[in-house]
Design a protein around this ligand. Structure first.
Ligand SMILES: O=C(O)COP(=O)(O)O
Ligand SMILES: [Mg+2]
Length: 220
């Protein structure tokens, strides 16, 4: 059985506006100013603890506040994870096509698992995914390949293509021995998408089914 493993933030969902809102609510509680959306978007991808490290560095705050700020962020984010978030155009149609073609699908994200599942269900797409591994599901997170390999194993798949938006996903896919398709419209730190290792790239979900079919053919 063949699997597609999707990253979540910046791949299936444009979640930066809700993450940004929760960051600013966290900063506001202690009068520590605010950050703009574009800045916060570049902080996404390594999970909440790293997001908060980057927020603390950007605002010049005391690193000793990390644990408390992480808890405050999660309180705000989990209370309101999907209001400002949108599915990228074409995601639902692509998932339907993959399902109809017999692919099994899973999510491998550094977002906490509970919030990830809540968001997938809020958009009515949770049923497409036979496995969800979040940033707190295992004792490691991406780019550790154990995450993507756990999704593949939970899906019962013998081969997998990985679809993600960042260098973290590229590294995770490579270490897990999976072909990697890069979604260029999400969040990454590299200035140039050419600098992110990739087997294919796409900017529109309407072409993803064809892109993945090509990568899967190359596997044979
Ligand atoms: O940084 C995060 O919280 C999650 O990001 P991801 O879904 O792109 O892995
Ligand atoms: Mg991502």
């Amino acid at each position: 059985m063949k699997a597609i493993i999707f990253d979540l933030d910046g791949t299936l969902i444009h979640s930066a506006p809700d993450i940004h809102a929760a960051v600013n609510k966290t900063l506001a509680e202690t009068g520590d100013g605010e950050l703009d959306l574009a800045t916060v978007a570049t902080f996404i991808g390594n999970g909440v603890p790293v997001l908060m490290e980057r927020v603390i560095a950007a605002r010049g705050l005391d690193p000793a506040r990390h644990a408390a700020m992480t808890a405050t962020f999660l309180k705000h984010y989990e209370a309101d994870p999907a209001t400002l978030t949108t599915l990228y155009p074409g995601v639902e149609d692509a998932l339907e096509q993959f399902r109809d073609e017999g692919w099994v699908m899973g999510v491998c994200t550094n977002k906490p698992e509970a919030a990830s599942r809540a968001i997938l269900d809020a958009f009515g797409i949770g049923h497409f995914f036979g496995a969800v591994v979040g940033g707190d599901t295992l004792d490691v997170r991406k780019p550790d390949p154990a995450t993507a390999l756990a999704v593949k194993e939970r899906l019962g798949a013998d081969a997998a293509v990985y679809v993600g938006d960042s260098e973290i996903d590229a590294e995770c896919a490579w270490k897990a021995g999976m072909r990697f398709a890069l979604f260029t419209e999400g969040y990454h730190r590299a200035e140039d998408v050419d600098d992110i290792p990739q087997d294919a790239r796409f900017s529109d979900f309407d072409v993803l089914v064809a892109v993945v079919a090509r990568l899967a053919d190359e596997l044979r």
